[in-house]
Design a protein around this ligand. Structure first.
Ligand code: PMP
Length: 447
């Protein structure tokens, strides 16, 4: 295993020896974590880190209501999914009340990958096509068919014939008409599939375009692209694994910001506040069509403990007004970040909605030239001052900010003050940083 030239701690060496090449670690000096609470994570050496990045513990690390619900249900009953258990239906009914119209069947799975895998299979069965259109740096999961539509995870291999990518819906790619430009790219991708003799099955997008660098605006830009796919006989799959459950601050599901009712919606990450669970929601007739040909059974998907975790998480998001908190704190963060970007020659655009924010890092006074190494240096400077963030985008030059939705104003201010200080110190300074070998040191990824 190539560890590059840096010093590697015994704990990291042990991890890599045990988990091998598939081990993903953040930072050149990965942090050994021992506990967490709310928006804070505590390391083995006693350092406390502000978690500005983790979109799984949506109601905060170790929320007592989720822990209590999981513990109580585990004690009372946990089983595979072949029996009727009321807590599961209670949860699904509460979840369905948040979903776009018509998505009346919900299949519970254990991971977002499984949910997207099933979504793709449904789309192919319903449309009769095989072709899938995704964005150029998309990530949708780790099963065989989902990896094929996850260019962010593919190295050294060409995309499969039935997969065509479109550029991320950004101003850089499409100018002011993002809606028209993106739809035009989807239409061109459909034509390309047809030239290969492949009918389109689906347009599959992460509705916040997280791994493409966070693209939220203008809300509604997805409408003509979705219409183009439907006109061609394919479905629209909204992957809400990252932006779902209120993170965008404006709607419970990001696709609702665009005013679209998707044919299939998938969700995961924050769903159980860390309990492994995910789901695919769709129209009953689509699921019926698929199940006429194939069965679908998932031993752990939707077990009673998962339902308890999911229901407690949903209750807390709603009762504590976390979507509204995402809207308010997010707006404050973006305003402050824009002010910092205006005076920092190495920062370009600040994008996002709610608590999903992307900050482009560029070469000094060259806003159109992405600076991935400088980005890593900023992430490590933040790490050095006890703040956790990550990066994204085609060039790995977008800092991604995505804290638990319970983050407070004071915590947001800690991040802003620290980020501002780092950017002032860095002004004009050179990156002087080289990533080493296969041990990819920081958060340019899709988790
Ligand atoms: N879709 C998106 C947009 C994701 O970001 C991820 C995970 N990073 C997945 C799907 C896959 O989810 P999981 O890791 O739970 O399989």
């Amino acid at each position: 295993f190539d560890l590059g030239s840096g010093e590697v701690s015994p704990a990291v060496r042990r991890r890599l020896a045990n988990l091998g090449s598939a081990s993903v670690l953040f930072y050149r000096n990965p942090i050994e974590m021992v506990s967490a609470e709310g928006a804070w994570m505590i390391a083995r050496d006693g350092q406390r880190y502000l978690d500005m990045y983790n979109n799984v513990p949506v109601v905060g690390h170790g929320h007592p209501e989720v822990i209590e619900a999981v513990t109580r249900q585990m004690r009372q009953l946990n089983t595979h999914t072949r029996y009727v258990v009321g807590v599961v239906d209670d949860y699904i009914e509460a979840l369905k009340a948040t979903l776009p119209a018509g998505l009346d069947n919900v299949v519970l799975t254990c991971s977002g990958s499984e949910a997207n895998d099933l979504a793709m299979r449904l789309a192919r069965r319903v449309s009769g096509g095989q072709g899938i259109i995704v964005t150029e740096n998309a990530y949708h999961g780790n099963t065989a068919i989902v990896t094929e539509v996850s260019p962010a995870a593919i190295r050294n291999t060409a995309l499969a014939e039935h997969v065509v990518t479109v550029p991320a819906p950004s101003r850089e790619n499409f100018g002011d008409d993002i809606a028209g430009g993106f739809a035009g790219a989807v239409e061109a991708a459909i034509r390309q599939l047809r030239r290969r003799g492949i009918a389109p099955a689906a347009l599959l997008v992460d509705t916040i375009f997280s791994s493409d660098g966070v693209h939220a605006d203008p809300a509604g830009f997805l409408v003509p692209a979705v219409a183009a796919m439907r006109k061609a006989g394919g479905l629209f799959i909204a992957d809400e694994v990252q932006p779902g459950f209120g993170r965008t601050g404006e709607a419970f599901w990001a696709v609702q910001r665009h005013g679209i009712e998707p044919d299939i919606l998938t969700m995961g990450k924050p769903m159980g506040n860390g309990f492994p669970m995910a789901a695919m929601a769709t129209h009953p007739e689509y699921l019926d069509a698929y199940c006429d040909d194939y069965g679908y059974f998932n031993t752990f998907g939707g077990n009673p403990v998962a339902a308890a975790a999911g229901h407690a998480t949903l209750r807390v998001i709603q009762r504590e007004g976390l979507m509204e908190n995402a809207r308010d704190i997010g707006a404050r963060l973006r305003a402050e970040l824009r002010a910092i970007a205006d005076r920092s020659p190495c920062l370009a655009a600040v994008r996002g909605t709610g608590l999903f924010i992307g900050i482009d890092v560029c070469e000094p006074d060259r806003p159109r030239t992405p600076a991935p190494e400088r980005t890593l240096r900023i992430l490590e400077a933040l790490q050095g001052r006890n703040i956790l963030t990550g990066s994204a985008g085609k060039f790995g030059a977008t800092i991604r900010v995505r804290p638990p939705l319970c983050i407070t104003r004071d915590q947001a201010d800690i991040f802003i003050d620290t980020f501002s200080a780092i950017m002032s110190e860095m002004e004009g300074g050179d990156a002087g940083y080289a990533a080493s070998g296969r041990y990819r040191p920081a958060g340019h990824e899709y988790v």
